[in-house]
Write a protein of this length. Structure first.
Length: 407
């Protein structure tokens, strides 16, 4: 049984086999045990987790005036701190005269406006700062908060590996599947960029960059990467600007980089039904985008514009996210653009399926409550795989779902 379960864990993308044949890779550590992956000591991990979980206030930390959460943990906790949660965010905007997406002009209760902002904060520290969406902003969408477990390994994947997957998809499907990679700025290293992989729209390549972005946009707390608030309405006097005077964003990033990857249910994965489901998942074409295995760069590699050196715990690891971290149009796009231009308006990052058994709401918007419904919603680039799925007899469909329930 143990040997059978390993079929899944060591399945490598064929396109990358020759690239990594001369390197020695080890499995990335997994677990819902709230322990460091080895990139930092347990004491450093515990201190970073405490900061990640701390409730922020307007007076002490500069929270708000508009915000979505009072701590990082509020949006990223299930099984352990850092996991996906039930929390969703709201985005809005409209189509301009040229058909391109225009971020919303948000109205505050006091009548003031915030222009060109697609993220709509759902909470405020005072009544006058509450945001409202005008009827003119006809594009509205919800996004589920993301799982952070294993993101340190995702950050360590070389750009060329993601680019190679995109090219393989084009070549092997005759262009029917064509994942898009986009270059995005590394904010802590001005003038540099890398392939985006974080956020539903791949808007960031660096964990520090997306942490700084999230701190100001989800909590309203300015930091050295994002030093300007969207509004100062109702802000307490005497608060330092930027608000993050203790470099919280570095602590948050340390914590995320030290998180283990989500574990698979190995007992379920080793059952005949799940093993058959894995073969069906591969056979109908799902792994073209939901790539089973990725690899990290060697220890000592400088990434993010030379600002971060991969430690031994993150270097030369293989892990199993079941995602290519590329942008695809699968027919569920909402028309919102964050990075990469208008061609990304109806594309989303392939949802990593690791840990997906820990949340009942599937897809980017959380509107699918079963694996079957999530599969059926796939269209566009995924249309052929869904057609193959529909052609399966009921027993094989059930086996495929049993496999997904092991992730």
């Amino acid at each position: 049984m143990k040997r059978a379960g390993m079929v899944l864990l060591f399945a490598l993308p064929l396109v990358l086999g020759s690239v990594f044949s001369q390197q020695q890779f080890q499995e990335a550590p997994t677990g819902f045990d709230n322990q460091t992956n080895g990139s930092v000591t347990p004491d450093v991990f515990a201190a970073a987790e405490s900061q990640f979980s701390e409730i922020k206030t307007a007076v002490d930390n500069g929270l708000g005036p508009t915000y979505n959460a009072q701590s990082c943990r509020e949006c990223h906790q299930n099984m352990v701190v850092g996991g996906a949660s039930q929390i969703s965010e709201l985005r809005a905007g409209h189509s301009g005269e040229d058909g391109e997406f225009v971020p919303a002009t948000v109205t505050l209760r006091d009548g003031s406006k915030i222009v060109r902002r697609s993220l709509i904060n759902l909470r405020a520290t005072c009544p006058d700062a509450q945001e409202y969406v005008p009827e003119s902003e006809t594009i509205r969408a919800t996004r589920m908060s993301l799982n952070l477990l294993g993101d340190g390994f995702v950050e360590a994947v070389p750009d060329n590996e993601l680019k190679s997957i995109a090219q393989f998809q084009m070549d092997s499907t005759g262009g029917k599947v064509h994942g898009e990679w986009i270059e995005v700025p590394i904010l802590e290293a001005p003038g540099t960029s890398a392939v985006g992989r974080f956020g539903w729209k791949d808007q960031h390549a660096s964990l520090l960059s997306i942490v700084g972005d999230t701190y100001v946009n989800e909590m309203g707390i300015t930091n050295r990467l994002f030093p300007t608030k969207i509004t100062l309405l109702c802000s307490p006097s005497g608060i330092a600007q930027p608000n993050d005077t203790h470099d919280d964003i570095d602590q948050f990033t340390t914590f995320i980089r030290a998180l283990k990857a989500p574990p698979q249910d190995l007992a379920l994965a080793a059952t005949p039904a799940a093993l058959a489901g894995l073969q069906l998942f591969r056979g109908i074409g799902c792994t073209t985008c939901h790539v089973e295995t990725l690899h990290t760069a060697p220890p000592g590699t400088l990434i993010n514009g030379g600002t971060y050196m991969l430690p031994d715990a993150l270097g030369n690891k293989l892990f199993h996210p079941f995602s290519d971290f590329l942008l695809h149009n699968i027919g569920t796009g909402d028309g919102i653009v964050l990075a990469g231009g208008q061609q990304t308006a109806h594309k989303f990052r392939t949802m990593p399926l690791w840990g997906t058994r820990t949340r009942p709401q599937k897809m980017h918007d959380g509107l699918s409550l079963s694996f079957e419904n999530a599969i059926e919603r796939h269209k566009g680039e995924a249309a052929e795989a869904v057609s193959h799925y529909r052609a399966l007899p009921p027993r094989e469909r059930q086996e495929l779902v049993i496999f997904l329930k092991s992730l």
